[in-house]
Write a protein that binds this ligand. Structure first.
Ligand code: FDA
Length: 311
């Protein structure tokens, strides 16, 4: 209940222009930029540096060029071009070829055809180089479109792709079955968005119970599931379920966000599990940053300390 209230509060604050301007002005400042804890940088070069360091320590990475809710076809096409440049930069740098993207960044709010065209441009650039492309899951009005677009590109032969399932959504058991049947990789998360009660669980106990149930369905039938969470209870449940089913540690992975629970990331790696770190970067970091605050309001202390330093 508290988690849902906090998400709703930060969702509302994210729409408040003066706050966006204040936070955007100081958040990525070179020395005390409080958003730097969660965001690898504003440029691809900074993200690639972070990916290289993580890679040498044994972590997998997925680079996310931040952006969402793009309102025009021109901006969506520009995002697709930016992704093509990022793909080239990743190949040249020799870091792991794995990216995450959002369909509203590629024009889903303009129309579905625009998003598909731009996604195909990214996939055309990525496929010859053996990239894996994960389509992040946005809030529930986009769930159907995201699954259908994944199925569309899959039928076109782009099978080095996958998406995300949110355990907070009431529909997710059926969606996991659907993706298991397709054979597409699933990243399981609790869900970062403020969702209405008509479509989502609001009690954390229910979201967690669904997470464990869906993890079992994925371990049973998904080709390579990813369990994206910082919650030790979820992580233990996944470990137990995998062990009970005799599923080796190379057949699934844990994923965590850049800058969050680095201790836990390292501990899992030391235990022999695969761990991938999601590395967000770019100038459009404000909505992502606000979701991270909404998940853990204690993070606001970092923001306040950062603002204080910069006065
Ligand atoms: P929970 O929120 O219950 O937190 C458990 C513990 O983790 C907390 O007690 C705290 O210690 C730590 N923690 C969690 N969030 C923190 C934060 N922001 N700062 C500091 N500590 C924190 N969502 C979505 O809707 N669509 C998507 O595509 C994705 N993609 C994605 C990729 C990856 C790699 C991850 C890890 C997460 C996502 N998410 C996401 C976000 C996800 O839905 C969820 O909002 C967050 O992971 C927080 O939930 P937890 O499972 O960590 O548990």
């Amino acid at each position: 209940m508290l988690a849902a209230t906090s998400k709703a509060l930060f969702h509302t604050l994210a729409g408040f222009g003066p706050l966006r301007r204040l936070v955007s002005r100081y958040g990525m400042a070179p020395e005390h930029g409080f958003a730097r804890r969660f965001i690898a940088g504003e440029t691809a070069a900074e993200a690639i540096d972070a990916a290289r360091i993580l890679g040498t320590r044994g972590f997998g990475v997925s680079l996310d060029y931040l952006g969402e809710s793009v309102a025009s076809a021109e901006l969506a096409a520009a995002a697709a071009r930016a992704y093509a440049d990022i793909i080239t930069a990743i190949v040249e740098a020799g870091v792991e070829r794995n990216i995450s993207l959002k369909l509203t960044q590629l024009g889903l709010d303009v129309d579905r055809a625009t998003a598909i065209d731009n996604l195909r441009r990214v996939l055309d650039a990525a496929q010859p180089h053996g990239f894996f492309i994960r389509i992040d899951m946005e809030n529930s009005p986009y769930t159907d479109a995201t699954l259908e677009i994944l199925e569309t590109v899959w039928r076109l032969g782009f099978t080095s792709t996958g998406t995300v399932i949110q355990s907070c959504l009431l529909r997710s058991d059926a969606d996991v079955e659907r993706l298991n049947r397709l054979g597409a990789r699933v990243r399981l998360v609790k869900g970062a968005y403020n969702e209405p009660r008509t479509v989502a669980y609001h009690r954390l106990e229910d979201v967690n119970a669904a997470y464990v149930r869906l993890a079992g369905r994925l371990l049973g039938a998904n080709p390579y599931p990813a369990f994206a969470t910082h919650d030790p209870a979820m992580i233990e449940a996944v470990k137990d379920e995998a062990a009970a089913r005799g599923i080796g540690r190379d057949r699934f992975e844990f994923q965590m966000l850049f800058g969050i629970r680095r201790d836990l990331q390292a501990a899992l790696l030391a235990e022999g599990y695969k761990v991938r770190v999601y590395v967000p970067f770019g100038k459009q970091w404000f909505p992502y940053f606000m979701r991270r605050l909404g998940e853990r309001p204690a993070n606001v202390a970092f923001v306040l300390r950062g603002l204080w330093h910069d006065r």
